[in-house]
Design a protein around this ligand. Structure first.
Ligand code: DON
Length: 562
């Protein structure tokens, strides 16, 4: 069945199954539906929609707009994202609403006279901005899969923007850290140019106006008219070169998700232009033959195996992956068991491989910023997994006053020069070079997992290049190490991305003896450089149908249920 027929059938099935499913769920479980997102206000708005009889897709729309208001570093109408879904009947699909390169863009647009990539230009200011896909994507979800009127889904966010939201401690820190950059790009009177304290209230009437315009006019309210004009003007004033035509011609795309099997799991994840699904498939299938569940959790043997799989997968990422509308990607080959066992032929359980033997380079990771993920399950059994981003924290820092939001800096996810790392230290090749209207390669990995044909997990995370490894490790924690969902999320993470040839560990990764043994195998790491990795928001359904939720304590994330 195509995505486009699903809505009608969903509505019918929903009404037939509502009574039956709710009773059945209630028997086993007090939770009927859940929204887990980066902020309590957004999760609450999403859950209210579920309570009113909306489905998971309606809640996706409402939660997306709410995150734009309360989580300005990553929640957005001016960035892009991906949604993976699984309906109550087990139909699956995915929507790509990733940003595109402007019509004026070109392969060498960030190179200076010496032919070196100018990182500032692809990260800060108008030239870093990709054409936003979020509004078109959210409205596409509503049109094809939603059941409640659009205005009912946006209105709570309009009211929230007018009423204001309360700044948390982490948020005050995050805003204050970027204050100088906001002022540099937008001038000293800019909206977020003051010093914030936790407990302050931020009201954003201009964002309320923009949301109202979308509520009234749909896509035209964002991609045409005064909202689009204000974005074009500000992007170009801060160094960019975009036109109204760029905005008018943006289109989201339904794509087949990446589907693969691991033991009795069926994993459904995002395909290109995200690398998430392919790399997750590679990592899981590379470790599958070794029965990792038999290796002690966090033992050097288990870590070594996972690190070696991660290393090999990130090497493939940079050679093969890009926008499938522009480059041909051998996606079935890349995730086939034959190819992956060949990839592991040189795996030695007693010795770390060297990334330089797999390929080249010694490159330093510069910084990690913000994206946001949310997971939704409705009482009908529809599952929605969404990851969306402005790329860096507060994107390009270009703030459009008229609509109260920052523009993305997603252009940095292209490889502006083969071999030159982006802000996550990821190296891209020709496949991810810049071309007008092309989508930049992503690591976002919104994922849904079935066990024996039944919904098991809905999960995803921010974290740039570390997204894929965080999803990989959370699934293994839940499945192989039989942890509950909160425990799977709380567990300390680690990350290897081929280049640089070093492992990153979270600060609470305290197995000193195992880490010593890992070093003896030849792995490189510096625990002084430890920092937090990812913020996974997930929902788990156990074998008896019992639903549990996990919000990552690394952020202000919140799980709301009913
Ligand atoms: O699409 C990507 O892979 C990146 N733009 C995601 C950025 C991100 O996760 C930043 N968050 N921590």
């Amino acid at each position: 069945m195509t995505e486009f027929n699903i809505k009608k059938k969903l509505v019918l099935l929903n009404s037939f199954l509502l009574f039956f499913v709710s009773c059945k769920t209630l028997e086993k479980n007090s939770i009927q539906g859940a929204v887990v997102s980066a902020r309590e206000e957004a999760s609450k708005i999403g859950v209210e929609i579920l309570k009113k009889g909306g489905n998971a897709f309606d809640a996706m729309v409402a939660t997306s707009f709410a995150l734009t208001v309360v989580f300005p570093n990553a929640g957005n109408i001016t960035g892009g994202g991906f949604m993976v879904y699984r309906t109550l009947k087990g139909d699956i699909g995915s929507l790509d609403y990733r940003e595109t390169a402007p019509l004026s863009s070109s392969e060498k647009m960030y190179l200076d006279e010496q032919g070196e990539a100018n990182k500032d230009l692809s990260r800060t200011g108008g030239l870093a901005v990709g054409i936003p896909g979020s509004v078109a994507g959210i409205l596409e979800v509503h049109e094809k899969m939603g059941s409640l009127p659009l205005k009912d889904l946006i209105q709570p966010s309009i009211e929230l923007a007018k009423r204001g939201f309360v700044v948390t401690e982490k948020q005050a820190q995050s805003l204050n850290n970027k204050r100088d950059e906001f002022i540099k790009v937008n001038g000293k009177n800019t909206f977020y140019g003051k010093i914030f304290n936790s407990g302050d209230t931020i009201k954003n009437p201009n964002l309320a106006k923009a949301l109202n315009e979308i509520s009234k006019h749909g896509n035209k309210g964002f991609y045409e008219g005064w909202v689009a004009e204000s974005m074009v003007k500000k992007i170009n004033k801060t160094g960019g070169n975009v036109s109204l035509e760029d905005f008018r011609s943006y289109e989201p795309k339904w794509r087949s998700p990446i589907v693969f099997y691991y033991k009795d799991l069926k994993v459904i994840s995002m395909g290109p232009p995200s690398s998430g699904g392919i790399c997750l498939a590679q990592m899981m299938k590379m470790v599958e033959p070794y029965n990792i569940g038999d290796l002690k959790y966090k033992s050097h043997k288990a870590l070594h195996l996972m690190i070696e799989a991660e290393r090999r997968s990130y090497a493939d990422r940079s050679f093969f992956l890009g926008d499938p509308d522009f480059v041909s990607i051998p996606k079935y080959h890349l995730i086939s068991s034959d190819y992956l066992s060949e990839r592991m032929l040189n795996y030695n359980p007693l010795l770390a491989s060297k990334s330089s033997d797999i390929s080249y380079g010694d490159i330093v990771v510069v910084e990690s910023d913000e994206t946001t993920h949310f997971s939704i399950l409705d009482s009908f059994g529809n599952a929605v997994s969404v990851t969306t981003t402005l790329n860096g924290s507060y994107g390009s820092k270009v703030f459009v006053d008229e609509i109260g939001v920052f523009m993305n800096n997603e252009m940095d996810d292209f490889s502006s020069k083969p071999g030159s790392p982006n802000m996550f230290g990821l190296i891209g090749g020709k496949a991810n070079s810049i071309k007008p209207k092309k989508r930049m390669l992503s690591s976002m990995t919104p994922t849904i997992v079935e066990r024996n044909g039944k919904l098991f997990l809905i999960l995803g995370t921010p974290g740039g290049s570390t997204i894929i490894t965080s999803v990989f490790q959370t699934i293994l924690n839940a499945y192989e190490y039989k942890m509950g969902i909160q425990e799977s999320i709380d567990a300390p993470r680690f990350h290897h991305q081929w280049v640089p040839d070093s492992v990153r560990f979270e600060p609470n990764f305290k197995n000193v003896n195992e880490l010593k043994r890992l070093k003896l195998l030849g792995h490189h790491f510096d625990l002084e450089k430890s920092k937090l990795i990812g913020r996974v928001d997930a929902i788990m359904v156990d074998k008896n149908g019992k639903i549990s939720v996990g919000a990552d304590k690394r952020g202000d994330d919140s799980a709301q249920t009913y």
